[in-house]
Design a protein around this ligand. Structure first.
Ligand code: FMN
Length: 223
């Protein structure tokens, strides 16, 4: 129980006021933070998925609800620069032929966002880039829908170029006024074939620490 409430309960305040405080305390503790993690790899069960699962396991362990959303491999369109989101102001993109609006809704409703991508020619997958461009633009057009959410990038890489992917994802978090969370190393896991990131012990530790740090930060923000 937070100190102010303890003081109040021990004080001479009326029973009604004490009951009201108890109600709010119980209610406050039941609010669950939610993190949505987007997997930008076309390999649904590949290395990026495994890294995201490691972070989400650590988050769940700390009582944070998580959901992993499959983005890679889906047919998605990039931003067409039509600027309709700036006119419509309905928190949506006018392109409706893919799942982007559904993903955006999840993003805007979450307390924390993780974007994961494998490294493709030292860069993001096109699906991840489409998500960043369209969600980022709709969020900004509608007055900053990602403002002060907690964000983390997660990257799978065989050998090189992973930091560039990490940076690209963090560019969205930065311009959107989000709070980025770190770990004991940059959030990269090394592996080529699906499952090989499991052999990257430091990468695994990095993901676990990232989940713990993200949960800690979310709780602090929610206090
Ligand atoms: C088209 C393509 C391009 C790739 N480019 C790179 C690269 O630039 N650097 C690298 O280290 N690995 C590269 N890789 C390897 C993947 O990043 C690596 O296998 C990663 O673990 C895949 O993650 P996933 O299983 O989640 O798809 C590439 C793989 C593909 C299919």
């Amino acid at each position: 129980m937070w100190p102010a409430a303890c003081d109040l309960l021990n004080s001479g305040a009326t029973t009604t006021i004490k009951h009201k405080y108890l109600f709010f305390e119980v209610f406050r503790q039941e609010i669950t933070m939610k993190v949505v993690a987007f997997n930008g790899s076309p390999r649904r069960d590949g290395n990026t998925a495994r890294l995201l699962a490691m972070v989400c396991t650590a988050l769940e362990h700390e009582g944070v609800e998580t959901e992993i959303v499959q983005v890679g491999g889906k047919s998605v369109h990039g931003c067409t620069a039509c600027m309709k989101c700036k006119e419509n102001l309905d928190q949506r993109c006018v392109l409706t032929g893919d799942s982007m609006n559904e993903w955006m809704e999840k993003m805007f409703a979450a307390d924390g966002i993780i974007i994961g991508s494998p490294t493709y020619f030292a860069d993001l997958t096109p699906e991840t880039k489409a998500l960043i461009d369209r969600a980022g633009f709709v969020a900004s057009a509608n007055g900053g829908l990602l403002h002060r959410k907690v964000g983390a990038a997660v990257v799978a890489v065989r050998r090189a170029g992973g930091l560039h992917v990490y940076d690209s994802i963090n560019h969205l978090f930065g311009i959107a006024g989000m709070v980025t969370v770190g770990s004991s190393y940059w959030n990269l896991g090394f592996g080529l074939n699906p499952g090989e990131v499991d052999n990257d012990l430091e990468g695994r530790q990095t993901m676990e620490n990232l989940g713990q740090n993200m949960a800690w930060l979310l709780k602090k923000i929610g206090e």
